[in-house]
Design a protein around this ligand. Structure first.
Ligand code: ADP
Ligand code: MG
Length: 283
C-alpha cells in the first residue's frame, strides 16, 4: 500500500493536507479490490476515506475521472466526493475519495426501484454541466467486447444486433452499473467506479444492469428491476439491448474467470433461451 506522503499529488484538497499532517495517525485497511486497482480505507480518528491505486495493467485517465466525479458530486448526483488525485512512486494513478459504506448485498423490490431511479438520474444528467471534462465517445463494440475478433459467432451476432438497435451515444452512462459498484450506508446509496463513464446509450447501461441482476440475484428481481424502465423504453428495445449486454457476459465468460454460483450458468441459459435474439448454443 502506498504511503499518502509518497504520492505526487496533482490535485490536493484540504483533506489531503490534513491526512499528510497526521500521517502517523492513519489507520489503513485494505478493501475488496477488483482486477484493475487496489483499494484501501484510510481513517483518521472518526473520519474515513478511500484511496484507489490503479497498479495493475489498466491505465485509465484519472485526471478526467476526478473532474467527472467532482462535477457529478457538485451537481448532486450520489457519487463519492473526490478529494485529490496524483501519481505514486511507480507512476500509478491514485484517487482519494470519501468512504461511502459497503456494496449493496441484500436486495428487495423497493431498493431495486431506488437503484433504477438513480441510474435514470445519471442518464438525465445535463451534458452542458460536463464541459470539457467529458471524454470521447468510444466505439461501442471495441470498447465493451475485448478480443471479440476471436469469437466469430458472437461477433457476427453483436454486429447485427447493434445495427438494428439504432444505438445513440448521447447521454452520460456509467458503463458498469452493478451491485458491486453501488454502496450503501444508513440507507444512502453511492455510485462508485466511474472508469467506464462515457457518452453512451442509456439502454445499454440499463440492459447490462438488468442482465447482471437476473444472473447474480434472480430472474424475478431482474423482472422487477426491468419494469422500472418500461415507462421510458419499450419492452422490445430493452430486450434487444439485453441481448447485446448478455452477449458481453458470454464473451467475458469465455475469456476470463467470472464469479459464478451454483445457479449462474442455468440463469444465463435461461436468458439465452427466452430472449428472441439469442440461443443456447452461444454458451
Ligand atoms: N468510496 C468508497 N467507499 C467505500 N468503499 C469503496 C469505495 N470505493 C471502492 N470501495 C470498495 O472497493 C471495491 C472496489 O472498488 P471499485 O472502485 O469498484 O474498483 P474495481 O475497479 O476494482 O471494481 C468496492 O466494491 C468497494 O467495496
Ligand atoms: Mg467496481
Amino acid at each position: 500500500m502506498n504511503s499518502i506522503s509518497e504520492i505526487d499529488w496533482k490535485v490536493k484538497s484540504k483533506v489531503v493536507n490534513t491526512l499528510l499532517e497526521n500521517r502517523n495517525k492513519l489507520i489503513l485497511v485494505p478493501l475488496d479490490s477488483g482486477l484493475e486497482a487496489e483499494v484501501t480505507k484510510v481513517c483518521l480518528e472518526e473520519s474515513c476515506f478511500v484511496l484507489k491505486v490503479w497498479n495493475r495493467s489498466s491505465k485509465p485517465n484519472i485526471e478526467q475521472q476526478f473532474k467527472l466525479l467532482k462535477t457529478l458530486y457538485d451537481e448532486g448526483l450520489p457519487v463519492s466526493q473526490p478529494y485529490g488525485w496524483g501519481l505514486d512512486k511507480e507512476a500509478n494513478s491514485v484517487l482519494l475519495m470519501s468512504f461511502n459504506g459497503a456494496a449493496v448485498t441484500k436486495i428487495n423490490e423497493s431498493k431495486l426501484i431506488s437503484l433504477a431511479k438513480i441510474l435514470t438520474s445519471i442518464h438525465d444528467f445535463p451534458l452542458n454541466c460536463l464541459e470539457d471534462t467529458l471524454f470521447n465517445k468510444h466505439d461501442f463494440i471495441n470498447y465493451f467486447y475485448s478480443e471479440i475478433e476471436e469469437h466469430e459467432d458472437i461477433h457476427l451476432l453483436i454486429k447485427q444486433l447493434v445495427d438494428i438497435s439504432h444505438m445513440k451515444q448521447d447521454k452520460l452512462i456509467h458503463g458498469d452499473y452493478n451491485l458491486g459498484n453501488i454502496l450503501e450506508i444508513e440507507g444512502r446509496y453511492t455510485i462508485i467506479d466511474w472508469t467506464n463513464g462515457q457518452l453512451g446509450d442509456p439502454r445499454y447501461d440499463i440492459a447490462w444492469s438488468i442482465v447482471l441482476i437476473s444472473i447474480y440475484v434472480s430472474q424475478r428481481y431482474g423482472d422487477v428491476y426491468r419494469s422500472a424502465f418500461l415507462s421510458r423504453y419499450t419492452k422490445e428495445e430493452i430486450e434487444l439491448f439485453e441481448a447485446i449486454a448478455c452477449l458481453r457476459w458470454v464473451l467475458l465468460n469465455r475469456i476470463a474467470v467470472l464469479p459464478k454460483g451454483k445457479e449462474t450458468i442455468a440463469r444465463v441459459q435461461n436468458i439465452l433461451k427466452n430472449n428472441v435474439h439469442l440461443n443456447e448454443t452461444l454458451i
